[in-house]
Design a protein around this ligand. Structure first.
Ligand SMILES: NC(=O)c1ccc[n+]([C@@H]2O[C@H](COP(=O)([O-])OP(=O)(O)OC[C@H]3O[C@@H](n4cnc5c(N)ncnc54)[C@H](O)[C@@H]3O)[C@@H](O)[C@H]2O)c1
Length: 376
């Protein structure tokens, strides 16, 4: 590491998240980085990204790109099932890696990836961009101790109809799972970050596929960003992951967390975090319209008191929606030795453990203990 004039960056997977978040975030850093190449096994996606962002080289074989370009930092932005393969290849080629979430679908794979990073003497950073921005304010409030001991939380992201239709999200063989892998990983990760990474005890959960594989209109409506990538043709009949995931997790310290994550559910949308402690509670309602999204619920003498903190949510980090800008700037600062990385290995392994236990629980139709999936 150490301060560098310019980091040479390469991108593997030139789809939605590369084109709307990673590449613009790197370009936003000016001379601190140079994007030297992009790779994707769909040539049209490479060409599109290379032209749009004026990237000098593209490859349909990411290994060839790594061998020839020898980048300092690689963003792995492919579908989930290939994160491990390309992360390890990039580490072995001498690059630091920012890997999209979930970095792996099971604990053993995630551990192997970090072991490879250790062997190579390079950093592996999970792209948990939702920790930037408002979540840091929520963490500050919880860390202040004003809520007392936290013992109960609810995390939820429910879309009534909102299946991602541009890529491979709906294909089990490419992505592993549905909304738990997609949004669920962010909410679990952010909650673990807020609460100081409590150790997982067990998960009891269930997956359903009831709507997305039957309703041709369950797709997410197109947004203005779709000019920036080449969508894969979507056919709802290929839908093979869960469209609704729900359950409960237990952690050390008397903590229980209920969760629900849906791409299609016949209920009104909800989105946010509800955290309850012995002295107070906090709600971060990402769907709040007009009202401030964060509220704190405490008592003052005999009165119940609701407080709205004076935090400008739009400002700290809600940049271009998902916070990649701030995370990528943070990573360059980390590589320069100016900051310590806020996304730690133990936290990422905890989140992958939760995810693995969740899917196993759904499969076995019972509660799954942490010890059943792996041993730290
Ligand atoms: N952090 C976030 O907020 C966020 C948001 C969206 C997606 N993601 C993650 O980003 C990843 C990609 O999602 P997306 O929406 O960009 O999907 P996408 O389908 O639009 O892009 C993925 C790209 O990877 C390419 N690809 C797949 N397998 C490959 C391989 N073996 N070799 C080379 N290229 C390959 C595909 O052709 C495609 O262009 C997923 O892991 C997803 O979970 C993260």
């Amino acid at each position: 590491m150490g301060n560098r004039d310019t980091y040479r960056v390469a991108i593997i997977g030139a789809g939605f998240i590369a084109g709307t978040a990673h590449i613009p975030a790197y370009l936003g850093l000016g001379k601190r980085v140079e994007i030297v190449a992009v790779a994707d096994n769909r040539e049209e996606a490479c060409i599109h990204a290379a032209k749009l962002f004026q990237i000098p080289n593209y490859y349909t074989d990411p290994q060839q790109m790594l061998d020839e370009c020898k980048p300092d930092l690689v963003s792995v932005c492919t579908a989930n099932k290939t994160h491990k393969q390309w992360t390890i290849a990039a580490l072995r080629a001498g690059a630091h890696v920012l890997c999209e979430k979930p970095i792996a679908l099971n604990l053993q794979d995630a551990r192997e990836m970090y072991e490879e990073a250790d062997k190579a003497g390079r950093m592996l950073i999970a792209c948990q961009n939702n920790r930037m921005g408002a979540i840091q304010a929520v963490k500050d409030l919880v860390d202040s101790g004003r809520l007392g001991d936290i013992y109960f939380a609810e995390i939820e992201n429910v879309r009534r109809r909102g299946v991602p239709t541009w890529g491979q999200f709906h294909l089990a063989k490419e992505n592993g799972g549905g909304p738990f892998c997609d949004v669920g990983v962010h909410y679990v990760d952010a909650l673990m970050f807020i609460l100081g990474n409590p150790k997982l005890i067990s998960v009891s959960g269930k997956t359903w596929t009831k709507i997305a594989n039957a309703d041709p209109n369950a797709g997410k409506s197109k947004t203005g960003t779709n000019l920036q990538y080449v969508p894969r043709a979507y056919d709802y009949r290929e839908f093979a992951v869960e469209d609704h995931a729900a359950g409960s997790m237990r952690f050390e310290g008397d903590l229980l967390v209920n969760f629900k994550f849906s791409w299609a559910l016949n209920l009104p949308p909800v989105d946010g975090y509800r955290i309850a402690g012995t002295e107070g509670g906090l709600v971060y309602n990402k769907k709040a319209q007009g009202d401030h999204p964060i509220a704190i619920y405490t008592s003052m003498n005999q009165y119940q008191a609701d407080t709205v903190p004076d935090i400008d949510i739009a400002k700290p980090g809600a940049v271009k929606g998902v916070g990649h800008d701030l995370l990528i700037e943070h990573i360059i600062d980390v590589l320069d030795g100016k900051e310590e990385c806020i996304i730690k290995r133990e936290e990422v392994l905890n989140v992958v453990a939760v995810m693995e236990a969740f899917y196993l629980s759904g499969k076995l139709n019972r509660e799954v203990l942490f010890e059943e999936i792996s041993q730290f």
